[in-house]
Design a protein around this ligand. Structure first.
Ligand code: HEM
Length: 701
């Protein structure tokens, strides 16, 4: 009886709120412009003064080797097999943190390194895999050092699952404009830019804070990294099966690995490079890369099945996947999260196939190129296309074109113009406020039903997301690879709002059990684990008026939502960033309210101008020619899907946007393509026997 009453109450308020909320928009004038009129040093002077780690980075850990052993050759062998450093080398493992390794000095190489080091020549460790997140505001840990955030008065913050149930809804509201591939590209960008250290985000975590049947393990018996989410009594879902506890393992910090820690509050570590460099395709270290590279024709390793190329197999399928029958396919890629959901595995495959497609074309155009040159040139083009699609086609949907132009994240320019805006004063590290709060708001776009769609765009069937998490084999069944790809570019994503799909709110990673976890509750708990500054702090930081009492939040938040937060939080000062930012009315033309929009804009500005290898830079060593750049600017998500499906024949030209009269499905051949003949005989830097020994090993040869 109690269960149904609770559910009914929640549903009624959510329906009412959604109806009202959907129509409210905030004018963009409420948004504080960061980059236009004020130099970043001025507005973020605080950051400069409070960022001693950036100004003088810690000495790099001991280097194992500074030289490549042997030379690359076109033979399909792995030249790195003998190179076996003890850290920074293999794919991240749950519960284990490793030290970043950046060389003390850098050579000015033609290509990006695999681990992101030496992108910044004076500060080689910036943006490197296994380093700290950046932060806009000082952390608010419970003990000032590392324990999870508490209320102003030192009490426990309200239960994360309860907030997920009361403040956030689970209504199915299809987006009227954007397709599901829009959501899926977002997860690709996320996995490219950050991954909290010590976690798995897909496969079962080796650290257990709850028993397998959902009972809490006593704190004196549980590992110290445990911070489980307690399920409230009468929970509408979990009480049906007696689940009392959702597993949650704290992210590892610089305090957990002595090679990075100096003093002061803990900072979480991120296991992947922070650059938009397709590290999820190529790996985050030379060693990771060498495990998935073919070493022939510049190609990445693939498995051929039924006439198509798929990602290579995981070396430990029983750990990496929840494959039911043993022998079911499970993949290995540059990122360990690859198997987490079918759409993710498909885009991983598409980006991998794109690399090999480019390498094959380049090999025909330039028969004198060896494996290394083909690999690096194909990688460079693949990354450039990806950066172009991300910033000019995808990000404007989230941040708004006007906002992006105003803040210099994109430019209106002729097709050939270079944009040399690399700024060595900008730290490209991924901000904790971005990865742990703002960017996760787009979990709201996740759809729990994945449609299988034919070439004629009729729905053939659909999959339930939670049936196929961590079980990617489904994408290889029958025509599913193409049907799901068409499905993702045809069906709408979920509206970006306070609703989070039931499949991720009660059934996340359920591994054949009746219920799984709750991603919204996890996001809230993670906010506290990382000790993020409060919603009110970030509001103020972003130029929105600081609230002195609950009612002051009504400038951006619906009154009924404020009322609900009031019933949970002791003070308006306690509201978590993940919660407050997600219930703000959106800025016109964007998919986030002013506070999250400010954080996201700041992050993507840094990701662009802090990247020395950004594809639009006209650097004569690392960049493209004007003709090549104008070709890269023709890349689109539609063409990427067309070129790399099994047999996809048609697509709408703007695949992030729903099919309509102005965006009709058309033959793939009619969608503009990057002309790779502009790369004929463009001789990249080729090491001679003299220079080879001078090239540090980390250059990703
Ligand atoms: C089916 C789609 C998705 C699923 C199942 C999913 C699931 C997850 C899970 C399980 C985590 C780890 C949570 C934790 O332990 O703290 C996570 C982290 C995250 N997700 Fe998603 N996610 C999806 C899509 C997205 C999208 C579309 C975005 C943004 C556009 C996004 C942004 C993030 C971010 C920023 C993180 C933190 C990354 C880090 O470790 O630094 N996710 N997601």
């Amino acid at each position: 009886m109690m269960i149904s009453k609770t559910s009914i109450y929640i549903y009624i308020i959510l329906v009412t709120r959604c109806l009202i909320y959907g129509f409210i928009k905030v004018s963009s004038s409420a948004y504080h412009i960061i980059h236009n009129d004020h130099p970043i040093q001025e507005v973020f002077g605080f950051l400069r003064e409070n960022a001693p780690r950036y100004q003088s980075p810690p000495p790099p850990p001991i280097l194992l080797s500074n030289r490549i052993q042997g030379t690359t050759s076109s033979a399909p062998t792995n030249p790195f097999a003998q190179f076996n450093p003890s850290y920074g080398a293999h794919f991240p493992t749950g519960g284990v943190a490793i030290c970043a390794m950046a060389p003390p000095t850098c050579e000015n190489s033609v290509y990006r390194t695999m681990d992101g080091s030496c992108n910044h020549l004076d500060n080689p460790a910036l943006g490197v895999a296994n380093s700290r997140y950046g932060r806009l505001l000082a952390p608010k840990y419970g003990d000032g050092i590392s324990s999870p955030t508490r209320t102003l008065t030192g009490d426990d913050l309200p239960n994360a699952r309860l907030i997920s149930l009361v403040v956030f809804g689970e209504m199915d509201v299809p987006d009227p404009q954007f397709t599901l591939i829009n959501m899926q590209w977002g997860q690709i960008m996320t996995h490219d830019m950050s991954m909290q250290a010590g976690g798995t985000q897909a496969r079962k975590h080796p650290t257990r804070c709850c028993t397998d049947d959902g009972r809490l393990i006593a704190s004196n018996e549980a590992p110290t990294t445990c911070y489980p989410i307690i399920v409230p009594p009468n929970d509408p879902a979990y009480s049906q099966v007696g689940t009392e506890c959702l597993d949650f393992v704290r992210t590892l910090t610089d305090r957990d690995i002595k090679c990075l820690y100096e003093q002061g509050p803990a900072e979480q570590l991120t296991a992947v490079t922070s650059y938009a460099d397709l590290s999820l395709v190529y790996g985050n270290s030379i060693q990771q890369n060498s495990e998935i590279r073919a070493f022939q024709g510049g190609r990445m390793s693939v498995d051929q099945r039924n006439g198509a190329e798929y990602l290579p197999p995981s070396r430990n399928a029983s750990i990496d996947c929840d494959a039911a029958p043993p022998g079911e396919v499970c993949y290995q890629a540059g990122d360990i999260r690859v198997n987490q959901n079918p759409g993710l595995a498909i885009l991983h495959t598409i980006l991998l196939r794109e690399h090999n497609r480019i390498a094959d074309v380049l090999a025909k155009l330039n028969p004198h190129y060896n494996d290394r040159t083909l690999f690096q040139e194909a990688r460079k083009i693949n990354i450039a296309q990806y950066q172009h699609i991300s910033y000019y086609e995808w990000l404007p949907i989230f941040l708004g074109s006007e906002n992006m132009l105003k803040n210099k994240l994109i430019y209106k320019t002729s097709t050939k113009n270079f944009i040399n805006d690399f700024d060595s004063a900008i730290d490209p590290s991924v901000l904790n406020e971005h990865a742990t709060a703002a960017f996760r708001y787009f979990h709201s776009q996740i759809e729990g039903r994945l449609d299988l769609v034919s070439e004629l765009r009729s729905v053939l069937g659909s999959l339930r997301l939670s049936d196929w998490m961590n079980r990617p084999s489904i994408i290889e069944v029958g025509d599913n690879f193409d049907s799901l790809t068409r499905g993702h570019s045809t069906q709408p994503e979920e509206l970006t709002d306070i609703n989070f799909d039931r499949e991720i709110k009660h059934f996340l990673l359920r591994r054949n059990m009746p219920f799984g976890s709750d991603l919204r509750a996890i996001d809230i708990q993670r906010n506290r684990d990382h000790g993020l500054a409060s919603y009110n702090d970030l509001r103020e930081f972003c130029g929105v008026k600081r609230a002195n009492r609950w009612e002051d939040y009504s400038d951006l938040i619906e009154l009924d939502v404020i009322e609900k937060m009031k019933t949970l939080y002791a003070s308006h000062e306690d509201v978590d960033l993940t919660v407050g930012g997600a219930v703000e009315a959106h800025v016109a033309g964007a998919l986030a309210g002013p506070t999250f929009l400010c954080i996201l804009t700041e992050q993507f500005y840094r990701t662009r101008v802090g990247d020395r290898f950004w594809y639009e830079n006209g650097d004569s060593l690392t960049g493209f020619t004007e003709e090549q750049l104008s070709e890269i600017r023709k890349a689109s998500i539609a063409r990427l899907l067309c070129d790399n499906g099994n047999q996809i024949a048609s697509m709408q030209p703007q695949a992030f946007i729903l099919v309509s009269k102005s965006n009709p499905v058309m033959p793939c051949a009619d969608i503009p393509q990057v002309d790779l003949t502009k790369w004929i005989d463009q001789k990249p830097f080729e090491p001679t026997s003299d220079t080879l020994n001078a090239i540090p090993y980390h250059y990703g040869k």
